[in-house]
Design a binder for this molecule. Structure first.
Ligand SMILES: CC(=O)SCCNC(=O)CCNC(=O)[C@H](O)C(C)(C)COP(=O)(O)OP(=O)(O)OC[C@H]1O[C@@H](n2cnc3c(N)ncnc32)[C@H](O)[C@@H]1OP(=O)(O)O
Ligand SMILES: O=C([O-])CC(=O)C(=O)O
Length: 374
């Protein structure tokens, strides 16, 4: 006889995959990426080092990193047909929805769409890493009736992405901080979006389909969408005192405070948030305006005191992006762009060692008999 399986709402605590890619080691306080601690990597390595690590399994030599950058630069252009699709979208389209459309449309332009071998998938990952920043920047521009911006291959990968979304070349500090945010967002074990991508890949569907599904997942404000929600909340409050009041009111109403809490960390600070908090401090110092830093610190104290809940990466990435002059609707697309590499690594791993995801349910509905001729 079939025995009833235990139900874990939200799959909380369920181990859904075996992976060599990453692991949140909460006991040691490490985000393990291919054996290395992401926080340590973020202090000395750049985003392209992490891309190489995730797609080739090793940190690159100087030559390997330069070669990788050339490959990605060769993939920057997106088909004109896709830019034309963006022209048809209404001006209130969120950039994540535009990105989802653009990314999905790329599938038909890949001659190797149905080849899911490791080598073909790695080529798809390079294509996506080259094109996603372009899709993010230009979908936003086209929808807002601005001219398309061409990539500047003489800039580094991160500097070019920054340039395409802000229209200005970053200073060395801006480039460093932006690149660091990409490192921190690059990979994080089995969040909802990665699970989504792996579930799709497990039907032997292709990388474009898996990554398109992940855009929709990441858009939600319980996941990536929280970084935009944090910034709107800070801007609405305007002052430290008002922000404290907003948070107290939300807590009294049992509302969720965006940028706080995490399924895995929950009662601890997300270690990535600490790195972005420091970046915010640096930007505030340089710009001679520490209002956002003060507001965020005040919010942190209230949440610790009232709920024992701590910031996640989105809480500090949001004001950092604001200080870098990035439009708010691009915060979640930037998170996605950075996560493209992690998602590709997971799809490659799923394809290479696949078993279809197909869980069961705990049925709470009725059982009814059909009455003939009624
Ligand atoms: C980079 C990222 O994507 S990180 C996630 C970004 N998302 C956010 O910042 C959105 C705000 N945060 C949240 O909604 C949650 O913390 C989540 C979705 C991230 C994780 O949620 P879950 O693991 O499902 O935790 P769950 O919803 O069961 O919450 C546990 C308790 O903490 C409370 N809680 C969790 N997060 C918050 C929050 N942000 N604000 C207020 N209370 C919270 C819940 O109300 C619940 O309290 P209770 O036990 O008294 O009912
Ligand atoms: O791990 C999660 O559930 C969400 C998260 O922080 C991320 O995707 O970076």
């Amino acid at each position: 006889m079939e025995t009833e399986q235990k139900f874990y709402p939200g799959l909380d605590g369920v181990v859904a995959a075996e992976t060599k890619i990453s692991f949140l080691d909460t006991l040691q306080g490490e985000i393990v990426i291919q054996g290395y601690d992401l926080i340590e990597l973020s202090k000395t390595k750049e985003y392209l080092d992490i891309v190489h690590l995730l797609l080739a399994g090793e940190l690159p030599s100087i030559e390997e990193k330069a070669a990788l950058e050339e490959v990605l630069k060769g993939e920057y252009d997106v088909p004109k047909e896709i830019l034309d699709i963006f022209k048809l979208l209404p001006s209130n389209t969120h950039p994540m929805d535009a990105l989802r459309t653009g990314l999905s449309s790329l599938a038909g332009f890949d001659q190797q769409i149905d080849d899911s071998t490791v080598e073909a998938n790695r080529k798809k990952a390079f294509k996506l890493l080259g094109k996603v920043p372009n899709l993010v920047a230009n979908s936003y521009r086209v929808i807002h009736q601005q001219d398309v911006v061409a990539p500047l291959p003489e800039l580094s990968y991160s500097a070019n992405f920054f340039y395409m979304i802000t229209g200005k070349k970053p200073t060395p500090l801006e480039e460093k901080i932006f690149d660091r945010s990409l490192v921190l967002y690059s990979e994080h074990e089995m969040p909802n979006s990665t699970f989504t991508a792996r579930v799709i890949a497990s039907t032997k569907s292709d990388m474009y389909g898996a990554l398109t599904g992940a855009v929709a997942s990441l858009k939600g404000n319980l996941h990536g969408g929280a970084n935009e929600a944090v910034m709107y909340m800070l801007l609405e409050a305007k002052t430290v005192a008002e922000f404290e009041k907003v948070l107290q009111t939300k807590l009294a109403n049992n509302d969720r405070i965006m940028g706080f809490g995490h399924r895995v960390y929950m009662k601890k600070i997300d270690p990535r948030a600490t790195i972005m908090k420091d970046a915010l401090r640096q930007l505030c110092e340089i710009q001679g305006d520490d209002l956002l830093y003060q507001m965020c610190e005040a919010g942190e104290k209230i949440m610790e005191r009232e709920k024992g809940i701590y910031p996640n990466l989105d809480y500090y990435a949001a004001p950092v992006y604001w200080m870098l002059g990035i439009p708010i609707p691009l915060y979640t697309p930037i998170f996605y762009s950075s996560r493209t590499v992690g998602l590709c690594a997971h799809v490659m791993e799923q394809h290479a060692n696949n078993r279809l995801f197909r869980p069961r349910v705990h049925y709470t509905g009725e059982r009814r008999a059909i009455i003939i001729n009624q």
